[in-house]
Design a protein around this ligand. Sequence first.
Ligand SMILES: Nc1ncnc2c1ncn2[C@@H]1O[C@H](COP(=O)(O)OP(=O)(O)OP(=O)(O)O)[C@@H](O)[C@H]1O
Ligand SMILES: [Mg+2]
Length: 270
Amino acid sequence: MTDYILETRELTKIYGDGVEIRALDGVDLQIAPGEVVAIVGPSGSGKSTLLNLIGALDRPSSGEVIINGSSLSKVRNIDLFRGQTIGFIFQTHNLIPTLTARENVEVPMHELRMSSGERRARAQELLELVGLGTRASALPNQMSGGQRQRVAIARALANRPAIVLADEPTGNLDSKTTADIIKLLQDLNRSQGVTMLLVTHNSEVAAAAQRIITIRDGKILRDVRIDDELERELIEFKSSALGQAVLHGINVPAELSPHAGRLRELLEQV
Ligand SMILES: Nc1ncnc2c1ncn2[C@@H]1O[C@H](COP(=O)(O)OP(=O)(O)OP(=O)(O)O)[C@@H](O)[C@H]1O
Ligand SMILES: [Mg+2]
């Protein structure tokens, strides 16, 4: 038995037949149950590819994904396995425009043996969990961007997945709504023990994770556990204008300059 809920071994994805693109290049990863992991890295570095392979939305060129000890390549009914194990949240929420919030949340439940009454009750419960209990009958275009994203989160949780994969879950949202979504995801992790992998460009989202994996050119460049609050704050500071000034030694305010050297050292470590 393994202690990990999710592992990848030498996971590789090569696109293209003429010119090869190594989107993912031998990634070894171990994720423990209940971890919240942020995946960061430049555009084109392979973040979405990694998530798609883990979620069995795409197949690796070589290497394997192991979930709860089973290699995905050996799972017979991959659609069923995915539906029962994994919840997806995308940047664009992908709600069905002609269905109400509640009906959208019910969509993944159609794969399971549930009566319509059970589906309805579960969807209502999930909408309440994300603070939308009173908007169950609203259509997507009658809701704000943040509300739509919360419906998408409720939908991702419909089948009680052990793992939630989110690709830029706050990508289109303003900073207040982003903060609300971060809090919601953290609460879900604490109350339901859901393991989460969040691809993000947003430093606040990354700082909310317990671990930050940086991907570059299809490889893991860094894998950092954020053990304490100071480290978390430093990571947030690093991405601010002031943090960047200190890090690069450009336009450092006079009151900070006596400490700039030490501060830069700290920022280089996170
Ligand atoms: N279906 C595809 N066919 C060919 N190449 C692809 C395909 N999907 C992704 N790629 C390439 O694989 C590499 C990794 O792409 P990926 O989408 O994983 O990057 P990303 O880190 O998610 O970037 P972003 O931050 O812009 O979303 C890129 O070079 C991309 O052009
Ligand atoms: Mg991407």
